[in-house]
Design a protein. Structure first.
Lengths: 305, 310
């Protein structure tokens, strides 16, 4: 049957087989795409999965010469121990307080500033917008030493101790979050049609009312993206807390795990991985639920503005 | 009469000046300035001032009592570790950014290739390394690289390959640091490139196909020119972040073995905070400025250019 059909098709329409081969090419391209995507997904997800595997093991199983990629005797002992350890809960609390405050401070500073820069031109506003962007490009590794010395001098002058207090982080984290949050909010605000705020002003709204009643509701996706950004940055920051805080009751999560769970040369890997996984959980959960906002914030820095 | 005549202009002037003050307060530019004031204060007090202050610090001696001019810099120039740090920082940043860009580009193409309804899921999975705080994920890598229990070495042993000293040997340690860097940064490139790929109009590809362009030609003459801007900006962004990176090296190797993986950030921390020599540490970190400045200038040029196009 098939033998009969082929010559007919070939004779009937010369171009037909080419279409067939092209769609076959496409199918192969698709298969290869999936194949490589699986490979890359394994590479990208391996460390977090291994964190989970290790966190479910006892110390005895970790040091045994068995297959490290499999859990033979799963246990939640590591989780129980960490979640009842006062110290770990203090780190978690410090991190949570710092992040919530930093997010609030960031939004309070950057939303009005972005509105002013996007809509109400004033002397030097264009320079300031560029300056905001440049500030975002200054890494924390350049500023931690002068800031450290500044806080020490501040202590000499006023007697207010900033070093080794968790709230010093409330002062320094906004330098990382505010510039970028302002920058992406400028982009979102600038994309709102001018007619909208002109209409509000004609109706007698003040600038503050225009911001709170029109711009914030309309640019809500941008606001959420900026909030997520501020949260993830302040949750993940490692250098500033490592340099500025040392007492165990002042540490935030990343520094706390690294300085207290690693005791001398003894690594309790089960607990370290559990701590790291729990520390990674809040950003991961936010990402899982608000992925689109997260990604729009990520791409906004370079595609908007 | 006289009294009234005298007092009247006075009063008028007073109300006028008060109302002009109120007017000035209600003027658009004044309101705008006050709205931006916290931002300006933050940038001036906590970014610009410390940046200038570190220039000043770099000219002091260790106890920060005496002005020593440029002797911190000449001291660094005569130290071999400093040149090692310069070399390693450049190697790390360039290698890592090139591979991040390559992997990001390739993965973005694969994600773009598959049917649209599955893309979200894959994109979501592939961005996970970027979402986990770097300090946490580097700990997982440290455990994967553990000298006695390395899970990678266990797999290699199945194939009869000798254990690899992931963080013990200087060259392997450099490789490991770069690998972790790529792992964390590649998803960011993937997301940016995917967004750029989606913005290339489909008609351009159809037109190219009708003109008989093959896959490479479509890539070279359509995709790359359309994405040029995003590729440049993403790479420059990443160059800054990678060059100034602290977390990965600090946690994975802490600069060892024998300073063979130190970069500017980790070495200035070692010297400035742990060694207690803040001026010397500040001098070390100041050497990042030229490269950061060059990258920043290029980014700014691209962004303002795009701004004027719109």
């Amino acid at each position: 049957m098939a033998n009969v059909a082929i010559p007919v098709a070939a004779a009937g329409a010369g171009r037909r087989p080419r279409y067939g081969s092209m769609s076959r090419d496409r199918q192969w391209a698709l298969r290869w795409s999936y194949f490589f995507l699986v490979l890359f997904a394994i590479f990208f997800l391996l460390p977090p999965i291994y964190m989970l595997i290790t966190s479910l093991k006892t110390s005895a199983e970790i040091s045994a010469a068995t297959n490290p990629w499999w859990v033979f005797h799963p246990t939640l002992e590591n989780y129980r121990e960490l979640l009842t350890s006062n110290q770990y809960l203090i780190f978690f609390r410090n991190s949570a307080i710092v992040s919530v405050f930093v997010v609030s401070i960031t939004m309070l500073i950057s939303v009005p500033a972005a509105f002013a820069l996007a809509r109400m031109k004033f002397w030097g506003s264009a320079t300031l917008a560029t300056g905001v962007f440049l500030t975002y490009l200054i890494p924390e590794t350049l500023l931690f030493l002068p800031l450290f010395k500044m806080f020490a001098v501040f202590n000499e002058w006023t007697g207010i101790q900033l070093i080794n207090r968790w709230w010093v982080l409330l002062i320094v984290y906004p330098t990382l979050t505010v510039p970028f949050a302002t920058w992406i909010m400028i982009g979102y605000f600038a994309s709102i049609p001018k007619e909208l705020d002109e209409a509000a002003l004609i109706d007698g709204a003040t600038w503050m009312q225009t911001l709170t009643k029109i711009f914030i509701p309309v640019a809500l996706p941008g606001l959420i993206a900026a909030t997520i950004f501020a949260f993830t940055v302040s949750w993940a920051q490692f250098l500033y807390p490592l340099a500025f805080t040392t007492s165990t009751d002042q540490l935030v999560l990343p520094v706390g795990i690294i300085t207290t769970l690693i005791k001398g040369d003894v690594f309790n890997w089960g607990q370290i991985m559990t701590g790291a996984l729990l520390g990674a959980a809040p950003p991961l959960i936010i990402y899982a639920f608000l992925m689109d906002y997260y990604i729009s914030g990520l791409t906004a820095g370079a595609t908007k503005g | 009469m006289v009294d009234a005549a005298i007092s009247a202009p006075h009063e008028v002037a007073a109300t006028r000046s008060r109302s002009s003050l109120r007017k000035a307060m209600q003027r658009k530019s004044t309101v705008a300035f006050f709205m931006a004031l916290p931002l300006i204060l933050l940038i001036v007090l906590l970014v610009i001032y410390p940046a200038l202050y570190s220039l000043h610090l770099a000219t002091l001696n260790k106890s920060m009592e005496r002005f020593v001019g440029l002797s911190n810099f000449t001291f660094l120039f005569n130290r071999q570790t400093f040149w090692l740090v310069v070399k390693q920082s450049c190697i790390f940043a360039i290698t890592a950014v090139v591979f991040k860009a390559l992997i990001g580009f390739i993965v973005a193409h694969f994600v773009h290739n598959i049917p649209a309804k599955g893309q979200r899921k894959w994109r979501g999975m592939l961005l996970v390394p970027w979402v986990i705080p770097p300090a946490m994920s580097t700990l997982a890598w440290l455990w994967l690289f553990d000298p006695s229990y390395s899970a990678f070495n266990w797999v290699l042993a199945i194939f009869g390959i000798d254990p690899v000293p992931w963080t013990g040997d200087a060259y392997w340690a450099r490789f490991s640091v770069i690998l972790v860097n790529i792992w964390i940064g590649a998803p960011f490139f993937m997301i940016m490139y995917l967004a750029a790929l989606k913005s290339v109009p489909e008609q351009l590809y159809e037109a190219a196909e009708i003109d008989g362009a093959n896959w490479w030609q479509r890539m070279w003459y359509v995709t790359l020119p359309m994405m040029r801007n995003i590729i440049a900006i993403t790479a420059l962004f990443s160059l800054i972040v990678t060059f100034a990176n602290f977390d990965i090296v600090r946690i994975l190797t802490a600069g060892g073995p024998i300073d063979m993986t130190h970069v500017f950030a980790t070495w200035s921390f070692r010297v400035g905070i742990e060694g207690g020599d803040i001026p010397l540490g500040a001098s070390v970190s100041l050497f990042m400025v030229p490269i950061l400045a060059i990258a920043a200038i290029f980014i700014l040029r691209d962004i303002t250019k795009r701004g004027s196009e719109v």
